[in-house]
Ligand binder design. Structure first.
Ligand code: LLP
Length: 432
């Protein structure tokens, strides 16, 4: 079920026409669908039915409090990677026992915060981190439940910048060293071994690398149990890809991913944790922008939008494709022509699409970037002193701004001019 449909010739998010939101908040803006978020959680729950499991939303994909609160109310846990994300999870009322903490560079301060929140599990990524966690927990008289993230040296067959499961990547402990590191962990004060963690990459469109990695985790589970460790949880990470290009082959469904989990680790009696980010929120969000100019170049034409790479960096950072649709439905059979879709930022990398076949779009028209709910707003910046795009959450026929656009006063007010720089008038007086 798609909650982003044309109704009466106008693109809607659930029951709200996009031009209504644009008139209220201006452009560009992000908009998310509650019904889609909810459906994606259900789809994962169904895929894992019959296995004890917890979905920990990887909030790096979208950490807006409105989105997190929506997911928290569905009983979803959170995968956090910083003290900031941990605070967001706690703020929306996710209980500590549903929070897992991932990431290669946890500081002692972050560990202490997580220990006081009584989080479910630390996914430990290195031996120095293990020692630091032990010291921190012991000094607080606390015990840190841990899974060790193993690096299975599996090729996830995704974009190099988001592949994490090869030995040359910075993530996890080589699976060949796992038994030794688990033995060390078991001997350390303040540490309780509870499971194994693996995450091999993001936007995977093939299930085979998951299958290979999960089988290795299953073997490791048996080996560690023989060594006397009580492995009761398996955190299988996130990474299941989503369709970005509707005309293209669809990535595997969560149901099939669930089947891989069932047949690789389903017989171990472990509680399964998964950390999906993109699949929960990617196709639950759009970036809506307005056309400023259409420019005829030499041999190519440019559609210049009011959104730019600072709002949605994925095309320039990962050569990512996002479908672009006019908000007013083109007439059936309307002519399409190739056009470069760009933003106003002063670099050539500020290009959303090259030679994209689009129907005629005129200045003032609204367009929607699909699949922008994951790694969109969270990766935005104020480059070129462009205000962060606001975020809007739709629920049925209602919408609410869940993050307003900052004012220019807000933006300028965040900087400070040092005391040693005299105000202009005083500088002039001093020079005289
Ligand atoms: N768990 C861990 C430990 C992760 O590092 C990640 C993503 C996830 C879960 C969630 O993966 P997902 O289900 O969303 O694929 N900015 C990039 C994606 C970076 C992914 C980083 N780690 C992009 O826009 O494609």
């Amino acid at each position: 079920m798609d909650h982003f449909l044309y109704k009466g010739g106008v693109l809607h998010v659930e029951d709200v026409p996009i031009p209504e939101i644009a008139a209220s908040v201006g452009t560009p803006f992000y908009v998310y669908s509650t019904a889609t978020l909810t459906r994606h959680v259900r789809v994962f729950d169904e895929a894992l039915e019959g296995m004890e499991h917890l979905i920990c939303f990887a909030m790096k994909a979208n950490s807006n409090l409105g989105v997190l609160a929506t997911l928290a109310r569905l009983g979803v846990g959170m995968d956090v990677v910083s003290g900031g994300e941990l605070r967001r999870a706690l703020f929306v009322g996710v209980p500590g026992e549903r929070i897992v903490f991932s990431g290669v560079g946890k500081t002692r301060e972050e560990m202490a915060l997580a220990l006081s929140a009584g989080i479910r599990q630390f996914n430990v990524e290195s031996e120095p981190e293990l020692e630091a966690l032990s010291e921190t927990a012991a000094s607080m008289g606390a015990t840190a439940p841990i899974a060790i993230r193993v690096n299975p040296d599996v090729d996830a067959k995704t974009h190099a910048k988001i592949a994490t499961g090869k030995s040359e990547n910075k993530f996890g402990i080589p699976i060949s060293r796992a038994r030794a590191v688990y033995a060390r962990a078991a001997a350390l004060p303040g540490i309780e071994v509870v499971g194994i963690d693996v995450h091999i990459g993001s936007q995977l469109t093939d299930l085979a690398p998951f299958e290979t990695a999960f089988r290795m985790v299953a073997d490791l589970t048996r080996a560690l149990r023989e060594d006397g460790h009580a492995i009761r949880r398996l955190d299988l990470g996130g990474g299941l890809g989503i369709p970005y290009e509707r005309s293209n082959r669809a990535p595997p469904l969560p149901f099939d991913y669930g089947a891989v989990i069932r047949r690789t680790v389903g017989d171990l009696g472990c509680e399964i944790e998964i950390e999906p980010g993109r699949l929960i929120c990617g196709n639950a969000g759009l970036l809506v922008s307005q056309a400023i100019y259409v420019k005829q170049g030499e041999g190519r034409n440019f559609l210049i939008l009011d959104a730019a790479m600072n709002d949605l960096v994925r095309p320039s950072m990962y050569d990512a494709w996002h479908d672009i649709e006019p908000v007013l439905e083109p007439a059936p059979g309307a002519a399409r022509a190739p056009i470069d879709v760009v933003g106003p930022v002063c670099e050539t990398g500020d290009t959303f699409a090259r030679a994209r076949e689009l129907p005629a779009i005129a200045p003032g028209d609204l367009v929607a970037f699909r699949s922008a709910g994951a790694y969109g707003a969270v990766m935005a910046s104020e480059y070129n002193s462009r205000p962060l795009a606001p975020e809007v959450l739709v629920n049925g026929d209602r919408f609410e701004v869940v993050r307003p656009r900052p004012s220019y006063e807000d933006m300028l007010g965040r900087d400070r001019i040092p005391d040693w720089i005299l105000p202009a008038e005083e500088a002039e007086d001093a020079a005289e």
